[in-house]
Design a protein around this ligand. Sequence first.
Ligand code: SF4
Ligand code: SF4
Length: 132
Amino acid sequence: MKRELGIGRCGLACCLCSENTVCSGCNSGQCPDRDRCENRRCSMAKGFTHCYECPEPCTKGLLGKTKAYAFTRFAGLYGEECLLDCLERNEKNGVVYHRIGITGDYDDFDDADALIEWLRTGHRQNESGENR
Ligand code: SF4
Ligand code: SF4
């Protein structure tokens, strides 16, 4: 984990991104999607460092996907440092952010609340509601 790269404007984890050997994050100007990223454009226009600072309920751009949406909500609720702590703990426990291409263990979720809970506690609930 390159913790110093932190979280991208959209909520994705630059610190764990498989592209972070050639890209130093959203604000580096090296992201391959920089010119078409709606979250980057909009948060800059509104003067926010990240979408998690924005009070608007929003599913624009990458926030239409569960992972970025849940990470953004988590950082808004508990702060970016707490999100980084939880990602670091999960990584030490074997969770892989980008396992195949840009898909990994955090992409298994359709439910943002379930992903937020897993991030917060490090425990996943199975379908019968039991922790594992
Ligand atoms: S490619 Fe995107 S998500 Fe990955 S490190 Fe660069 S800005 Fe962050
Ligand atoms: S409106 Fe949406 S895309 Fe724009 S800064 Fe707020 S959360 Fe981000």
